[in-house]
Design a protein around this ligand. Structure first.
Ligand SMILES: Cc1cc2nc3c(=O)[nH]c(=O)nc-3n(C[C@H](O)[C@H](O)[C@H](O)COP(=O)(O)OP(=O)(O)OC[C@H]3O[C@@H](n4cnc5c(N)ncnc54)[C@H](O)[C@@H]3O)c2cc1C
Length: 458
């Protein structure tokens, strides 16, 4: 295989690295995969700051096969590489907590089910009993004692460890990066592609590169496949490389602030009551995590979601975020590393208030909870939300690129995973690798596509 057969992946988030990870399983691609990222540090985007909640089937039905495949792969990867210890992979109990002033019929997880009807969503909820660990203290309403008791709130179990799990997303990304580097994947930071031109053979392209900041001599890479996997920045990359393409890649950046914190009431991992000695690695974990979804109330105008999970060192932590911004409030910065400057203190304060209300120290007499939480970090990142509501995994035909004579290399888009990119990452990696290698994709992704102008359909 010549260097013309290399694969260039534009974007080094969880999607780019999942593709590189699975593709580099194939010996013929080892040492022939390049990840190009415009930022000077990896995982400063959604992939590094997301909640890390994984679901088996909470998706639009077009994306369900991809979601189910990914869910299985997360389990397999965690079993194979001790993911519980290394990236906090744990099955998750999931609850909906509606405070007494929540509007009837609205549930906290509803916005995540966008694209599915309420009826479908309800059909996906199974009956779960209260699943506190043995000996775990619970409040009167059944909530675990690490949460502040909420008078008059309703607390519903909505899913369990067979259908939902959690990871610490940055640690998972770092694991993928380390494995990719072992297999000779090259990572080019602070670099962006400026042009795609036809290479010397009919099936190859030359991708011209320049430094994002500072100056350096332009370089280039020859390749036979180019994957655009730049999350919210995918439309900008597309317009730069294929300015005359009639294909419109519609992906918006949906901003979300989040706070990661610790509480004195969650210092030991929750035990999994279904775990037996020696069962780790057999599809069972010694510990579990908790996810709490809350609908909007008078206390908060958005839907907070709180994830009680383990960091990669096995230390308990809580991530709180939710649908707390809309894309029109905050423009997408040029680089994810610029997001910090856009953080809105008012949004962060709102999240902190929600964290205190849900998990702060309860004062005697049932007064509002007190803030004794230790903030680990605060973040702002952007979900790449496609106009179709599902990811885009597609080869764009040569004649739809707007390049005279075509590009030579095959051009792919793998992006637009919205609020589900961590969950669907591994499946995307497998499927895009299948497609590049020329195998039948492991699951059907033929409906995860952008509309092509009629004359350019394959
Ligand atoms: C607050 C929040 C909470 C979330 N929680 C969850 C969750 O619990 N579960 C879940 O499944 N998903 C969650 N998500 C969604 C998930 O994080 C994203 O879908 C996923 O991280 C997208 O990954 P990506 O690799 O496509 O994009 P990104 O992580 O955004 O990575 C894109 C990369 O492209 C790079 N780039 C930018 N411009 C260029 C260029 N010109 N050339 C090359 N590279 C470029 C960027 O530097 C970046 O490294 C959450 C998202 C947010 C914002």
């Amino acid at each position: 295989m010549s260097d013309d057969e290399a694969v260039v992946i534009l974007g080094g988030g969880i999607i780019g690295f999942s593709i590189a990870y699975y593709l580099s399983n194939d010996p013929q691609y080892q040492g022939r995969i390049h990840i190009v990222d415009a930022a000077d540090r990896l995982f400063e985007s959604a992939s590094g700051y997301a909640g890390g909640f994984l679901a088996r089937d909470w998706f639009d039905e077009k994306a369900t096969p991809l979601g189910e495949l990914s869910f299985r792969l997360h389990r397999q990867l965690a079993d194979q590489y001790d993911g519980q210890r290394r990236w906090g992979y744990l099955g998750s109990h999931v609850y909906s907590l509606a405070l007494d002033d929540a509007p009837a019929g609205v549930r906290g997880e509803d916005w995540l089910l966008a694209g599915t009807s309420r009826a479908q969503a309800a059909g996906r909820r199974r009956e779960y009993g209260n699943v506190s660990a043995p000996g775990e203290a619970v409040n009167e309403n059944g909530t675990p004692a690490w949460m502040a008791p909420q008078t008059g709130a309703s607390w519903d179990p909505i899913a369990g460890i067979d259908d939902c799990a959690q990871v610490e997303p940055r640690r998972l990304c770092e694991f993928l990066l380390a494995e990719c580097e072992k297999r000779g994947v090259s990572v080019h930071l602070n670099t962006r592609a400026t042009k795609v031109a036809k290479g010397t053979t009919g099936r190859a392209s030359v991708v011209e590169l320049e430094a994002t900041t500072g100056s350096s001599r332009p370089t280039s890479l020859s390749c036979s496949n180019i994957v655009v996997a730049a999350g919210c920045w995918t439309p900008r990359v597309w317009k730069t490389l294929f300015p005359r393409s009639p294909v419109e890649v519609k992906i918006d950046g949906l901003a979300g602030h989040s706070v990661l914190y610790r509480t004195p009431r969650y210092t030991k991992p929750f035990l999994n009551s279904a775990y037996g000695p020696g069962e780790q690695g057999q599809g069972k974990d010694q510990h579990i995590s908790y996810a709490i979804y809350c609908p909007p109330t008078k206390s908060w105008t958005y839907s907070p979601e709180a994830y009680a999970r383990l960091d990669g060192d096995g230390k308990p932590e809580i991530w709180i975020g939710g649908l707390n911004d809309n894309s029109t409030d905050l423009p997408l910065p040029n680089l994810p590393t610029d997001s910090k400057k856009l953080m809105n203190p008012a949004r962060l304060a709102e999240l902190r208030r929600a964290a205190v209300q849900l998990t702060g120290m309860t004062k005697p007499g049932g007064e509002a909870a007190e803030d004794d939480l230790e903030v680990v970090s605060e973040a702002l990142c952007f979900r790449p939300v496609s106009q179709t509501g599902v990811p885009i995994i597609q080869q764009i035909p040569q004649r739809a690129l707007g390049l005279e004579g075509g590009s030579g290399a095959k051009i792919w888009i793998a992006s637009g995973h919205g609020p589900w990119g961590i969950s669907m990452s591994l499946g995307t990696g497998v499927v895009v690798s299948d497609l590049i290698v020329g195998r039948k994709p492991s699951v059907d992704v033929s409906r995860l596509v952008v509309e092509l102008p009629p004359a350019s359909r394959l």
